[in-house]
Design a protein around this ligand. Structure first.
Ligand SMILES: Nc1ncnc2c1ncn2[C@@H]1O[C@H](COP(=O)(O)OP(=O)(O)O)[C@@H](O)[C@H]1O
Ligand SMILES: O=C(O)C1=C[C@@H](OP(=O)(O)O)[C@@H](O)[C@H](O)C1
Length: 183
């Protein structure tokens, strides 16, 4: 994994794909530090993500998200689990491109089962989860597709299996990048 030294891994993808769960495992395997931008935002704001949305609105949350991402990008050897909407802002991409952007992709219908009982994600409140996720997916798919590495997963796989595949795929992409640079 020497290829990866000195860079950050940024996990992107829809809510509930496992960015936090898989990210922690990746950090452990690579001996990197792990950060979840939502957790940092909640700590800095001293409020839960749901309360920030309710009290300050989504735009204020997005501003905090950009600030936290920018601060984390000053460091190296981090695995960063981003929020599902991080990819929406062009400014955020200027930070994401400091490292390797890894898209965890789980089919939306499988995410519904995972998130049905969830109360922590404000964008899924009030209404039918499936149609909300599908609407977000339609708006966001093209942004996720700009990641350096795509890791497809399904909910029958353990986070450990997904993390192992992510490492393999990241290595493959880095090796081919280096090969292309030499040729
Ligand atoms: N591979 C997996 N297998 C089973 N459950 C998972 C897996 N990945 C994540 N989960 C569960 O799904 C939920 C959402 O995962 P999380 O890591 O918080 O997603 P994200 O950070 O992308 O929003 C959590 O309850 C987590 O325990
Ligand atoms: O998709 C989104 O816009 C959001 C995803 C959430 O993070 P997770 O992707 O970790 O659930 C959190 O940042 C916030 O609720 C908004």
């Amino acid at each position: 994994m020497d290829l990866l030294r000195g860079v950050n891994l940024y996990l992107v993808g829809m809510m509930g794909v496992g960015k936090t769960t898989v990210g922690r495992i990746l950090a452990r395997e690579l001996n990197y530090r792990f950060f979840d931008t939502d957790a940092v935002i909640a700590q800095v704001a001293n409020e839960s993500i749901a309360d920030i949305f309710a009290n300050q609105g989504e735009e204020a949350f997005r501003e905090l998200e950009t600030q936290v991402l920018g601060q984390l990008s000053a460091y190296t050897n981090l695995v960063v689990a981003t929020g599902g909407g991080t990819i929406l802002r062009l400014t955020n991409w200027s930070y994401l491109h400091h490292g390797i952007v890894v898209w965890l992709d789980v089919p939306v219908d499988q995410l519904c089962d995972r998130l049905r009982e969830d109360t922590t994600r404000p964008l899924l409140r009030d209404g039918e989860i499936k149609s909300k996720l599908e609407t977000l997916w339609k708006q966001r798919e093209r942004f996720y597709a700009q990641a350096d590495v795509r890791v497809s997963a399904n909910i029958t796989e353990t986070p450990e299996v997904v993390a192992a595949r992510a490492i393999e795929q990241i290595q493959k992409v880095l090796k081919s990048k280096i090969g292309n640079d030499i040729n």
